[in-house]
Structure formats: C-alpha cells, structure tokens
Design a protein around this ligand. Sequence first.
Ligand SMILES: *Cc1c(COP(=O)(O)O)cnc(C)c1O
Length: 391
Amino acid sequence: MSSPSLEAFAARKLSSLERRRLRRQLAITDRIEGVSVERNGRRLVSFSCNDYLGLANDPQTKAASIAVTTRLGTGAGASRLVTGSHSLHTDLERRLARIKDTEDAVVFGSGYLANIGIIATLAGTPDLILVDELAHSCILAGSRLSGARVIPFAHNDPEAVERELASHRGDHRHCLLLTEGVFSMDGDLAPLPALARLADRFDAWLMTDDAHGFGVVGGGRGSGFAHPEPVEAPLQMGTLSKAAGAYGGYLCASHGVAELIRNRAPSFVYSTGLPPGTIAAAAEALRIIESDAARVARPLELARRFTRELGLPEAQSAIVPIVIGDTGATLEAGAALESSGYLVVPIRPPTVPPGTSRLRFTFSAGHTNEQVAGLIDAVLALGLTRTRASA
Ligand SMILES: *Cc1c(COP(=O)(O)O)cnc(C)c1O
C-alpha cells in the first residue's frame, strides 16, 4: 500500500535537493583492511574514515569482540536499568573515567544518543544554552529538545561568549556552555581554557564533545589534555565510534551527575544496552590507546605533514579541511581525487554552512608515508593549494 500524498511529498523534497546538488546517495563502501576500501568496484585509499587509529579492524579488538560474542551472545537483551548491564559495561565506564580523570562515566548506545540525552536532562525551559555555531547536529538537537533558550555564538570566540553571558546569564536559572573539543568539519581545537574560565566566572556548565579529540590529541586522552594545563570540564562527552573503532557514546562526569544521567536521560533509560561484543572491542581499544603512544601520535603527525607540505595552516587534529566553497566544484575535486585512487568524500550543506563546501581529509595511524605522499601529489595536481611548501 502506498499513500499518493506521501509519495508526492517525498518526490518534491528529493527533486528540490537534486536541483541544488544536495541529494546524497548511499555509496556502498567495503572497508577491506586498514585504510583500503572498495567502492564502485575500485580499490581506494580512504582519507575519509574517522577510524583514526585503525582500531575498527585491528586483530586485538576483533579477537576481544569475537571471544565475548561467543561467550555472551550478540545482544544486551534489555536496557541497562533492567537486565542489560553487564560487568563489561561497568569496566568500560571505569576505564573511561580513569582516562579522563573524572569520578565516573556513563556509556550510551551512541554519541548521538548521549548528546540528546545529556543536554535535555540537564537543561529545561528556565535555562540558557550557549552553543558554538559550528557544533554538531546532535548537540543542536539536544539543545532544542531541552526547551531551554538556545543562543549560538561565533565559532571559537570567547569574547562572543562573554558578551552573551554578560547580557543573558542573569535572566536564567542554569546555563550550559556547549562546544566540540575538536571540530568535526574544521579540525580546529576549541579554546577550552578561556571557555572554562568564563564558565567559572558566570556559573555556567561547560560541556565538551570530544568525538574527534579522543584517541588523537592530548596523548589520546582528548581535547581536555591538549592545552598547556588540563581543562576539567564538568561534562565531557565523546564517542566510542571514531578513534576507538567500535560503537557507543559516553559521558565522563562526577559521580552525582553520572547517577542523575543514569536515572533520567531518556536515551539511556529507554534504549537497549550496547551488545557485549561492542563493549569488549571498545574496552580493548581503550587499553591500546592507553598503552601505544606511537600509534596515538601518528594521525596528527601525518596531518601535520600534509598541511606543512601544502602550505596550509598547521593541523591541530587528524582532520584537515580544504574549503572550496562551491558545491559543484567540490564534488568535481572529490571525483578527481577518486580517479587518482584516493577517497576524500566531499562535504556540503547542511553538514557545513552554505558556501563552505569542502574536501575533508582525515588521517589514520593506518596510513603509510607513501600513501600520504601520493595524496599530497594528487592534491597539488588539482591546483587547490598554492604550491608545495617544502619536502
Ligand atoms: C560523530 C559525532 C557524534 C555522534 O557520535 P556517534 O557515536 O557516531 O553517534 C557526536 N558529536 C560529534 C562532534 C561527532 O562528530
């Protein structure tokens, strides 16, 4: 059975996307091993995965996942508060808290679920949320869900935050100050020390989303450790789906805050616990992140080599954007790199603001020096950057 009005609605929306070159397709991508992927029958070297340490296809994480799946099965069976909590979950939470140097941690089904649950539990209609204008979609979704007054502030601009706090903080009960530690589409670090000082001065609760910092910056401990002094944000959120190569989200916080979240965040309470095999893979990944400093350092080293040789601003994380602006030109640049054997997926609105379509390069511990050198040559051949700066 189909509904004519529903079909007409879908067709209208899709053709509008098509006209603006914003319609997207699921491209079947088999991640074969390390950084190699197969797409459209061709083998490519991917510079578009968030698996920064190559842990999604690592012999140790895979063995941990398989062994636990064989023993405990494929699903958690229920939400955490019913029968879905296993000692594996609590071990993982303890390990996360230790890495982030917090009292406690809560693991969610995904980073998206973590953000919508945490933000909407801690803020409500009498409250104020200040959020970086480039923050991830799920941070905005959680902010809107909370019913609080939401004011976006200019990207990475503590003076803008100070102005908003001075004007509006007094009219609200509580205030959440939300930012990414490393920005997902720009790769830059948030000015966490300045934001933490403002949060302290105006009694705001600083929450950092470390989806792209964890495992990569701050010796792998994340963006809170990537500044001259550790920044102790009271709410440190992140994901196990990127550098940790598994799946799931987390919040590191005090014991009291973690307990409140376990009791009240709907996306924690009413969603099934993560599968045991996923938890085991994540725990093994954290063990590797804590013990293998060379592996942790490599993505940033490769990103810096890329920016140095192309004369781009120095990489602050494993993510390097080359903003082209025009969406059509960005798609063409991506296609040209793909024909040279490199997968660099073009990023366009609404993932980034209109007029800032870009190539987003991500570097992984799994890339060889030769692969990065080849990529640099292919980017130079596009004529997007000035010239080879050194090398
Ligand atoms: C990927 C991402 C998330 C969502 O994490 P998942 O575990 O993939 O749901 C949240 N915040 C940021 C900044 C991200 O890049």
